[in-house]
Design a protein around this ligand. Structure first.
Ligand code: UD1
Length: 420
């Protein structure tokens, strides 16, 4: 397996372009299942998770043409509505094929995603929604099987917002008979992007981006082309990279509106943040003050930025507080940061960070996608050399991160497994 080697202490300066959003591209690609025909996606990030979902569609019979960042998917011959364990186990978001498959074929068999490093992550709310729409749901031998001649519009009340659940049911409802209302829907920008594609395909959706989404079902949809929105988590990660290295970085092809909470917190702790229509400029030369954040559903502070903000807090002068309210086990990066010399105390879902901390480079192991990003960030500010192992987590969600960081002046290289 590859590893990433970072020699810390370099100030980041220059410009970096943000790639398309992984978490938008995944449901968009699944939406192509809804109608036989060809959809061309642009600005698709070249990532492990995107390859996994494309492989899954190919196994089901879709024809895929990859010319990154442009991907053509033809689902005319897609006729095998089964998602096997081998693919679903590597990426939980594969469950997003469930709603579109049932809507188009009246049947789907998808492996249960199981647990993952950051917590149990059930899919009960996805299944409850499908049942409310008249589907029969059976779980047997690690697979969920869903049957329904035609889904019926229904009112779905989520007890808490779920991003994947909202996306799955929104896609399913586009081909249902009658009207579906999703209450307490997730409001992430990725949901608006999905609704925009579905709208171009002929679906009738109102309220995406609010907590009440109304979908009037149609008989059929047509293919449409779509460009993926910028990745707000990659954007936030580069914002932190610039801030902790006392850098001066222009982040381009971004959407500042999608990171407004991150911008607000950074400004409050003394980092200069300038935003334009599609750029963010970070300049960090003064003292960084402590932060106090709690992860929440959008538009709150994203759980996918919690690990990176932990490293930001290590540079702050004073005691910072972070509370992880979305996932129960998302502090897996902390033991590795402690090994680098961080002063962090964890009590259940709360973390107290005593900054500023002088980190020292060592060999660390990535445990999940955003944890890997935080270890790279820690490597940027550590004294000496940091080696990050299990880089495949990082490759699931960050496009060419080492190239982008080295173009900003970081001393970072990837060592392919065969040379060490
Ligand atoms: C998506 C993102 C992920 C992000 C997360 C929260 C994608 C591909 N992934 O994941 O990067 O960290 O949103 O912003 O977009 N829950 C249930 N039952 C369910 C579904 C969810 O209890 O049926 C719980 C989860 O365990 C979690 C919370 O709801 O505590 C939010 O999860 P959800 O929004 O569904 O996350 P994902 O869609 O899996």
């Amino acid at each position: 397996m590859d590893k990433i080697v970072v020699n810390g202490g370099k100030r980041l300066e220059g410009r970096v372009d943000i790639s398309g959003a992984k978490n938008a591209a995944l449901p968009l690609i699944c939406a192509s299942i809804l109608t036989p025909g060809q959809i061309i996606f642009d600005n698709v990030p070249r990532l492990g998770d995107i390859r996994t979902i494309l492989k899954l569609l190919a196994i089901m019979g879709a024809d895929i043409d990859m010319n990154w960042p442009r991907i053509k998917i033809n689902t005319a011959e897609l006729n095998n509505p089964i998602a096997p364990y081998e693919l679903v186990k590597t990426m939980r978001a594969a469950i997003l094929v469930l709603g579109p498959l049932v809507a188009r074929f009246g049947y789907a068999k998808v492996s249960l995603p199981g647990g993952c490093a950051i917590g149990a992550r059930p899919i009960d709310l996805h299944l409850k929604g499908l049942k409310a729409m008249g589907a029969q749901v059976n779980i047997s031998k690690g697979y969920v099987e869903v049957n329904c001649t035609r889904l019926q519009g229904s009112v779905i009340d989520f007890p808490q917002p779920t991003v994947g659940g909202t996306e799955n049911l929104m896609m399913a409802a586009t081909l249902a008979a009658g009207t579906t209302v999703i209450n307490n829907a997730a409001r992430e920008p990725e949901i608006i992007d999905l609704a925009n594609l579905l709208d171009k395909m002929g679906a009738k959706i109102r309220g995406a981006g609010t907590s009440r989404i109304i979908i009037n079902g149609c008989e059929n949809l047509q293919p449409a082309d779509h460009s993926v929105i910028p990745d707000r988590i990659e954007t936030g990660t580069f914002m932190v990279a610039a801030a902790i290295t006392r850098g001066d970085v222009l982040i381009r092809k971004a959407n500042p509106l999608h990171v407004s909470r991150i911008v607000e917190i950074m400004k409050n702790i003394g980092i200069s943040v300038e935003t334009g229509k599609d750029f963010i400029k970070i300049n960090s030369s003064g003292t960084i003050h402590p932060l106090d954040v709690i992860t929440e559903a959008y538009p709150g502070f994203p759980t996918d930025m919690q690990a990176q903000f932990m490293v930001l807090a290590l540079k702050a002068r004073g005691k910072s507080f972070i509370t992880e309210s979305i996932f129960e086990n998302r502090y897996m990066h902390v033991p590795e940061l402690l090994r680098m010399g961080a002063d962090i105390q964890i009590e259940k879902r709360n973390a107290i960070i005593n900054g500023p901390c002088e980190l020292e480079g060592t060999t660390v192991m990535a445990t999940d996608l955003r944890a890997s990003a935080s270890l790279i960030l820690a490597g940027l500010i550590a004294k000496g050399t940091t080696e990050i192992l299990r880089v495949y987590h990082l490759d699931r969600g960050y496009e060419k991160i080492e190239n982008k960081l080295s173009s900003l002046g970081a001393d970072i290289t990837r060592k392919p497994s065969e040379i060490y």
